[in-house]
Write a protein that binds this ligand. Sequence first.
Ligand code: GAL
Length: 358
Amino acid sequence: MNARVILVVISCVLSVVTGLVLSHRAEGEAHAGGVNKKPLIGLSLDTLKEARWQSDRDMIVKHVKELGADILDTAANSDDSVQIGDVEKLITNKIDVLIIVPHDGKAMAKAVSMAHDAGIPVIAYDRIVRDSDLDLYVSFDNTKIGVLQGQYLVDHLPTPGKGKIIRIYGAKTDDNARMLKEGQDQVLAPYIARGDIKVVHEDWADDWKPEVAKRIVNAAITEHGGDFDAILASNDGTAGGAIQALTEEGFAGKKMVTGQDAELVACQRIIAGTQAMTIYKPPTVEAVNAAELAVKLALHKPVIAGQSVNNGKVEVPSALSEPIVVTPANMEQTVVKDGFHTHDEVYRGAAASAQKSP
Ligand code: GAL
């Protein structure tokens, strides 16, 4: 029987671990509690376009299976109606828990209520679902990522703390993009107020598309020529688009560019000198967390979430991990050491990409 699972958030007063305990009550027999049935997790991804989502998907699938559960995964190609259809299919397939990376953080509130109507708890992965009764949020501290990007930029301008910059934000539909901007703003605000840092051009990149980021930088160069020092790009995809525009104008390696995701091509650019930094968000932490929490929820085991994030409707119990700044100085000790990318992939690829640069 498809049990109605009710998640109850109780303050963890007795636990040594500070946080929230999620437990749930099943009316009748739960799916996963059935004698012969393995728990079944549904994973609905926005997209697999960026390399990061492929590694996340692979890691979640692998870990869910290692935990003795099954998983069905879908990707919606950045289309809200496709994603709603994907969730409908997962529900029809009688999943016990839904993990969702929303394309549009507001539109997917509908997916949360559809799952709840079928008694299925929902975990938002990496991107929060706004204005919904979301059960759990697994991510990194996205405001902190913005702070780290902004601080790196301020500290590494040719004249630290002073300069002209271009800002590229992510997708307006993604609450992470807003939180990243908020974190960046926290750092930049006093410099901008003093007139030490001037934002000469800024824009949002629809669906985080590199080609949109490229057009933003093309437009900035048309207006200002080379009269800027750095590009505060919110992720590696948009950094890639920005660097293409810089390369066409002979500015690659001469303007500092930030990023996020530690994608292989971005790590290669960092070693080649065309991108300054990225933010590494180990999927070994985020994906493994999500897999473990999903399987626990499916098995009706208590779950501890150390933080909470307000999604506009409720305080969502959250497990947020720490992001890591990556530069040439710690490439080996971070992404290479973890086996996220091999030494050869990063350094040989970097040499090849440097040779290709004009
Ligand atoms: C964000 C995510 C980033 C980046 C971006 C584009 O929500 O936090 O890591 O990948 O989406 O997909």
